[in-house]
Design a protein around this ligand. Sequence first.
Ligand code: HEM
Length: 465
Amino acid sequence: MLNPRQRLRPRLPLLGDAPAFRQDLLATLARGRFEQGDVARYRLGPVTVYGVSSPEDAERVLTDSDTFGKLGPDNPLRLALGDGLLTRSDHDSWLRNRRMVAPIYHRRRVETMYTTMQDCVQEMLVRWQDELAPGAVIDLHTQLMHVTLDIVSRCMFSMPMISADSALRPESVEYAVTYTFLRLQNPVAPPTWVPTPANRRFAAIIGGLDELMASMITQRRRTLAAGEPGKEDLLDMLMRATDADTGAQMNDTELRDEIITTLAAGHETTAITLTWAFYLLSTHPVWRRRVIEEIDAVLAGRAPTVADLPKLPLVAQVFDEALRMFPSSPTVPRQSRRPVRLGPYDVEVGSRVLIDVHGLHRNRRHWPDPEVFDPTRFGPEGRSGRSRWAHLPFGGGPHLCVGKQFALQEAQLLLASIFSRYDVRHHPGYPVDDRATITLRPRHGLRVVLHPRLTARLVPARKVA
Ligand code: HEM
């Protein structure tokens, strides 16, 4: 958030709130809530934007997709993700694809991916054990970005995609996300074909990703055509699916868009929230001790199995509270498709409506002392009586995050496995600050000191094909 001594950029005649949005999205939305209430109006050049921060209004917007649709074809996210689940604006074809992929995200199916998730985590822990001296300082955020990308690649596409020369690197994803955000907030951004340094770098990243996706698709088509046994993963599922009406299968562009959407949506969000969870525990030693006690009581130094996860409720509550305080998707955008009234405003067709998730999670009517880290808010008593629309880290309504179960399982596994072996503390010499774009990431990463808690050595995990 904005340094309190720094001033937020004023509303300008032509650009409106665009400079303030670009300077500090969360502070601008906070100013809007303070000045206007639960529904606040902003202007980004010619585009009017409404910020919504009450559970009642959020429910209305997220459940009425006839009135509040996904952003249209000019959504800058499509420059990277194409027309995948996250960005598809046509409701019928979105629903068809959502139904197609839904089975792989069911709880039972996600549980079968646990061993692969565990292998990825164990490989990271073995690397730490072999390469880091006790008390080493690491950027935990970078490590978590790598392991979550590894997990989603191996679980959904049966292939590791992390390597020094891979086009798919956390840094490229980060650049692409920031580039897209800046275009979203800048009504006068130069067209993508103008060879500015930013446009050229973005095009190079997307070109590299396209090549990677193309070779992945070709390789899998070849193995399927050769009659080799399928991998039973998301890629197989997408390739075999046929449209009930037309009998058509997905072409390479559709496949590319769904793969890239899954990789992008499926790792940074989880990595960021885990980073904030470690930061919050590091700065709240009483909670850190309780979490470690819970983990030790259940695991006694061994790796967590999937059956252990329900026995680690505090770990899950910490993740929920981190999602409340630092929602990795701080806003969820929609576009109005018909005239509608929201709060005191008549919303015109084509306006952007932003669920201000960060503001909603700090709405004092639903969250007492919202600035306080308190995982008991998500215990059985803490939850009772609260609207489920007051906590929307995964969105809500028909577009509710399809990967929610996957993310929750992965997060519990990572928190429990890391704390089982290490006490993790923020290094006080490095600043921590948030930067909200499309995601809410720690601006400078998170430097932590790792203190080993166990002397027993880990053995490398079995290699996954
Ligand atoms: C902590 C982790 C995560 C958070 C906070 C998160 C958040 C979100 C949110 C807020 C949406 C709704 C967007 C909208 O309504 O416009 C969404 C959608 C989506 N998420 Fe997640 N997500 C997470 C993890 C994952 C994972 C692990 C995957 C896949 C492996 C995934 C895949 C998707 C996809 C494909 C969509 C589009 C769903 C649709 O519109 O049908 N997400 N996510």
